[in-house]
Design a protein around this ligand. Sequence first.
Ligand SMILES: *Cc1c(COP(=O)(O)O)cnc(C)c1O
Length: 354
Amino acid sequence: MAKVHNFSAGPCILPQEVFKEASQSVLDFDNLGLSILEISHRSENFVRVMEEARELVKELLNIPKGYTVLFLQGGASTGFLMAPYNLLTENGTAGYMNTGTWSTKAIKEAKKLGNVDVIVSSEDENFKYIPKDIQIPSGLDYVHYTANNTIYGTQFKKLPQTDNFLVCDMSSDIFSRPVTINAYDIIYAGAQKNIGPAGTTMYIVNEEVFNKSGRDIPSMLDFEVHHKKDSMFNTPSVFAVYVTMLNLRYMKANGGVEAMKKKAQERSEMIYNEIDENPLFEGYANKEDRSSMNATFTLTDESYKEKFDKLWKEANINGIKGHRSVGGYRASMYNALPIESVEALVNVMKKLRS
Ligand SMILES: *Cc1c(COP(=O)(O)O)cnc(C)c1O
């Protein structure tokens, strides 16, 4: 089979090298005569995988002392709930920035536990932009925002300034740029966008967060419980953590986040240049807020739709259909996407206008 150019928004492309090694380990892991799919999560070999995965995250993101790295289950959608459970006090208020579908969902979950103040929102323009000059009140239990809006294709370029605890959903841009970890108190990311396969969620948690809400937190939602058990309070997602570890190794061997950032810039410049130059296409997000991970665009003349769809399918391109709330197209360009795939897409766009 010819290899497909995979622009899928998530689960998404991972390096071929990772697939090869993972498939070998499905048959025989570490020469144990056992598959990675049948070993105990308590086995020495898997405990080593979990430890290596956590250490690699610390190394790649330069995580200071006092933070714990966890690999849990339930997706980033469970993160929506874990943040308020651990930080929102009975009478306190959490501040949220609403910049898209995922923020909206996070707000909905937090409201089930307590008071939420939506500090800013870009809903007035269907989340085309990132609010600027945000004044964050002090005295909040925490502030939450979504670093990269996967569906609308916008991305925060600046770190919000606040003296409150800061929580960030980095599901779709983690490991694509350096992060000032000590500005944050909870970072969470579903693995399936830029870390690994679906099935595990990564958390980076300041240990000062433990017990902050004063609530009787259900064990599965309590960061301290998972920290004390090294992400093994219950059976972790063994295979997903393993493949994640392989991908983290791959990122480290290929220059780390600085190199990933450079690649992300190259890929996104290439596609945005074409979107801006080609009269048949129009970018969705405001230029200054454009995501380096998810490029959203529409046709200026819908009568070209059939031809365009035919052309990209013929070019072995997959996964560029836009989300229903934006329409048009979305090219997700996560870390493992080769520059050649963006070239292939840009060529198709050029061909359409020629
Ligand atoms: C995909 C996504 C989610 C949802 O993640 P699940 O793991 O499916 O719960 C949340 N936030 C962002 C920014 C996403 O891109």
